[in-house]
Design a protein around this ligand. Structure first.
Ligand code: ZN
Length: 135
């Protein structure tokens, strides 16, 4: 048998992703280790969201982040003893962040908008510069 790394340890942040390690540690996709669920342009938004959620519920944990139809899907797990009113406040932040991400370029963090299909297959949020150079 080969020695396996501890399961709670994420691989190092790939340098080309440009994602701060603080954000990287939030991302936990057991079936997809080593890959981020979204681009580096949303790093600040993710860090801010995480801090806001912790203020509301210190026992909350992030369930992972990913890009979904062009916006940021910040998955979260309320603490085991968190009451319903607090859970609803967590959801409100989650919804607010989803809307905010629709105006932030997922690649560079600049002012973006959702580019709609059909030419790219699925919506994604980009600024004009990133959209034209990634095209
Ligand atoms: Zn951009």
């Amino acid at each position: 048998m080969f020695a396996t790394p501890p399961s709670d340890k994420l691989p190092p942040v790939p340098e080309d992703r440009g994602i701060p390690s603080e954000v990287w540690s939030l991302i936990d996709h057991p079936s997809d280790r080593g890959r981020s669920g979204c681009g580096p342009g949303w790093s600040d938004l993710i860090v801010t969201t995480h801090r806001r959620l912790l203020e509301i519920d210190p026992t909350y944990s992030p369930g992972g982040v990913r890009q979904k139809l062009g916006w940021l899907d910040f998955q979260l797990n309320p603490g085991p003893d968190t009451d319903q009113a607090t859970i609803e406040r967590l959801w409100a932040v989650q919804a607010e962040v989803r809307e905010a991400s629709k105006h932030i370029c997922e690649s560079c963090g600049g002012e973006g908008r959702i580019y709609e299909p059909p030419e790219r297959g699925a919506g994604r949020t980009r600024c004009d510069a990133c959209e034209s150079c990634e095209r």
